[in-house]
Design a protein around this ligand. Structure first.
Ligand code: ARG
Ligand code: ASP
Length: 714
């Protein structure tokens, strides 16, 4: 009996050490994590991960674009990230004649690599804590506005202090809601070229049907190359640029993975909200997520029909669709997960404990005594306008394409008297216009606009609706009105809008005001800006202030514990083990998938499940080369217990020796609430097995020459 008890205790301990919640700061690993990591199997040191004086893993990792991660895998700046991270670029290069989305793209040599204006990658040069410098001169009795000004000017001074380092981007960001600050210095490369991408039937296999779901068979990767000037420093695009030689690139391990292996993910997680109060979670579950899901369901339904009916629209809307659908699905999984975990009740319990701790002494009472009440008050008020805010964002501002463009031109019109702002707005519009019209289908937009307006009118509390619209709101969703309005509108025609912008001033603004779509947008948005937005901003400001105090109290209350700072799109390390999970009672999901599973899943009637002919042939011939696993199958993906979030897509998944074993791309359905609440039992990250990427490059695409620049560990 004693023995069984002992084994049980061991098993429990073993289990808890498997999944480790948290996205950790690279410079603090030595203090907080490295010992635990090594206990779990990591064979290297904290300096191997992050070091300013010597090449370390961080020198091989980039913030890819504005919200993904990528890693360098050759001495010639070859970069791997997800297919869905490069999707925008692949889509931009695609036309009916060169449909790289459907067929894939492989540059046969460096001259064929495709240039991507607007795309950049950022390498972290160094990061350091600057809390004291940011708070310099801050006194207890400072008014909010003055504190804000002081912080802003201190941050500017910190940025200037790095000014000697040319070509670098300096960012100062708050952690723990402004209880801590870090400065980040980046080197930004703007010449990043597309090298290769599999066809969507591989890179997006399973599509939106399988998105956020394990088991998965998506070959979610694409290849880019970073170019630099002759001095190996960042340079704007030039045909004379040369492949960038990084300080470090990742060796690739082909020996495979086993259940229980140590793994870490090193990348740029975007944002988490681990410390928000119960009211915030309730608002999300009950109001915000549901209304946003409804709006996007409508939009997606229309896009889907239009894309199915016209191949041109399919290409035009592929990237937009994926973007709208991705978060739409996540919100649904998140809500489910939070409900299942009784997140609101859990938070309420924590708040009860918190108030007990506060009431233990009078100085805490004085400092923190009002926090919970303040949360309650502000969230109660916010709750009244949350739907108005979400509806405006989902149906007006980001609903139809035309309102999106009008919103920009409206900002331009409002800044005619501010030369700097005006030229900034004009530059942005000039940049987006060509892409806008390449991917704009008037017919589709004409369906989306009235459908979303209808929802807006139906679901908005009438007290938040401009009176002007109350009597005539049915007109705007009438298809004849919509059709005529689009036909006459300046915004449906690239030539008309370009002419208008050519010499933009009072006369053109008058012209705008006669445009029906413009007037409708302005009526709604002016009302919103006057009546909803100020309250929304005020409440959020209040909430942020309370949240900062709450965070500071939690840091004090749990000072002997290791706390993770919420993700903020800066480089973080998360670690765990390769392991499957139990999604529901009686079911266990294995930790890896194979090509066999993809073939089993194929369905000629479902676009998301089409398998390319050549892949089938390779499967039938079992021509897997050096990429097969120990049972002779070709691995595709694996899951592990790393705490990741959006932005971690494309991140390197690294083994105990610091070698690349996979590329992170998703999380499992049962774990989508991990931005708010991490469940070690069910939260899993999903990664592409690097062997599958190499197999596709080598055997499927015949681009094996790319492998020659990599360091393969066989
Ligand atoms: N869910 C993943 C992430 O959040 C992948 C999204 C891309 N795939 C898609 N089918 N939309 O980004
Ligand atoms: N797919 C996400 C991304 O693009 C990753 C995640 O949310 O787990 O960053």
């Amino acid at each position: 009996m004693k023995k069984i008890f002992f084994i049980l205790i061991c098993l429990l301990l073993f289990k808890t050490i498997f999944a480790v919640e948290g996205m950790w700061i690279p410079t603090l690993l030595k203090k907080f994590n490295i010992e635990e990591m090594q206990k779990m199997g990591f064979k290297l040191t904290a300096e191997d991960i992050y070091d300013v004086n010597h090449a370390s893993m961080k020198d091989a990792i980039v913030l890819f674009g504005s919200g993904c991660t990528g890693e360098v895998i050759s001495d010639d700046g070859l970069l791997i990230t997800n297919h869905h991270c490069g999707f925008g670029q692949i889509q931009k290069h695609s036309t009916l004649a060169h449909d790289y989305l459907t067929d894939g793209f492989w540059a046969k040599n460096r001259f064929e690599e495709l240039v991507n204006p607007g795309l950049s990658v950022q390498f972290l040069v160094k990061m350091e804590e600057v809390t004291q410098e940011v708070m310099k001169g801050a006194k207890e009795d400072l008014k909010d506005v003055d504190l804000k000004k002081l912080i802003a000017s201190n941050i500017e001074a910190i940025k200037r202090s790095y000014a000697g380092i040319t070509n670098y981007l300096v960012d100062v960001k708050p952690l723990f809601y402004g209880n801590q600050y870090f400065a980040y210095v980046y080197e930004v490369f703007k010449d990043v070229r597309l090298v290769g991408a599999p066809p969507a039937s591989i890179g997006k296999f399973g599509g939106d049907t399988d998105n956020w779901v394990w088991p998965r068979h998506t070959g979610d990767f694409s290849l880019f190359r970073v170019y630099a000037g002759k001095d190996n420093k960042p340079a704007s695009y030039s045909p004379d640029n040369q492949p960038y030689h990084p300080k470090k690139f990742f060796p690739i391990n082909l020996k495979g993975i086993r259940k229980g292996d140590f793994t870490m993910v090193f990348g740029f997680p975007g944002s988490t909200q681990e410390y928000i109060p119960s009211q915030a979670v309730r608002l999300l579950i009950e109001k915000s997520n549901p209304i946003k899901v409804v709006a996007r369901t409508i939009k997606l339904g229309i896009m889907e029909n239009q894309m199915a009916a016209d191949p041109k629209v399919r290409i035009q809307y592929a990237s937009k669709y994926a973007g709208v659908s991705n978060v739409w699905k996540k919100w649904q999984g998140e809500t489910r997960g939070l409900v299942r975990l009784h997140a609101v009740e859990k938070k309420e319990k924590e708040e009860l404990e918190f108030s007990k701790w506060v009431s233990q002494n009078s100085s805490r009472e004085k400092k923190y005594g009002a926090i919970l009440e303040d949360f309650k008050k502000n969230y109660a008020e916010l709750s009244d306008i949350q739907i108005a805010y979400d509806l405006y964002n989902e149906t007006i501002l980001r609903g139809s394409d035309v309102f999106g463009l009008i919103a920009r031109v409206d900002q331009l019109a409002q800044s005619v008297n501010d030369t700097a702002k005006f030229s900034r707005q004009m530059r942005i519009i000039a940049e987006i216009l060509p892409g806008y019209f390449k991917d704009y289908d008037g017919q589709t937009d004409q369906l989306i606009l009235p459908a979303l307006l209808k929802l807006y009118f139906e679901r908005l509390d009438p007290k938040h609706l401009p009176e002007k619209l109350n009597s005539c709101k049915t007109d705007f969703i009438n298809s004849t009105w919509v059709h005529d309005a689009y036909k006459r509108s300046l915004f449906s025609d690239s030539l008309k809008i370009k002419t208008l912008l050519l010499d933009f001033g009072a006369k053109q603004i008058k012209k705008l005001q006669k445009d029906d779509l413009y007037s409708l947008y302005v009526t709604i948005s002016e009302y919103y800006r006057k009546n909803i937005e100020p309250t929304y901003l005020r409440l959020n400001q209040n909430i942020m202030k309370v949240q900062k105090a709450y965070m500071s109290a939690i840091l004090e209350m749990k000072q002997d514990q290791r706390l993770m700072a919420d993700a903020n799109l800066t480089l973080r390390v998360t670690y765990g083990k390769i392991e499957g999970y139990e999604p529901m009672d009686g079911v266990y999901y294995e930790y890896y998938t194979t090509l066999k599973g993809m073939i089993d899943k194929q369905d000629p009637n479902i676009t998301d499940y089409l398998v390319p002919e050549k892949l089938k042939q390779l499967y039938n011939a079992k021509d897997y080369g050096i990429y097969k696993n120990s049972t002779g199958e070709l691995p595709i993906a694996f899951c592990a217990s790393n705490h990741t979030t959006g932005g971690n897509s494309g991140s390197p998944v690294i083994n105990a020796n610091g070698e690349l074993i996979g590329v992170n791309f998703d999380r499992c359905w049962e774990g989508t609430m991990s931005d708010l609440l991490f469940d070690p039992e069910r939260c899993r990250n999903i990664a592409l097995d690097i062997r599958y990427a190499l197999f596709i490059i080598d055997k499927y695409a015949g681009a094996g020459y790319l492998l020659k620049e990599m360091n393969l560990i066989k």
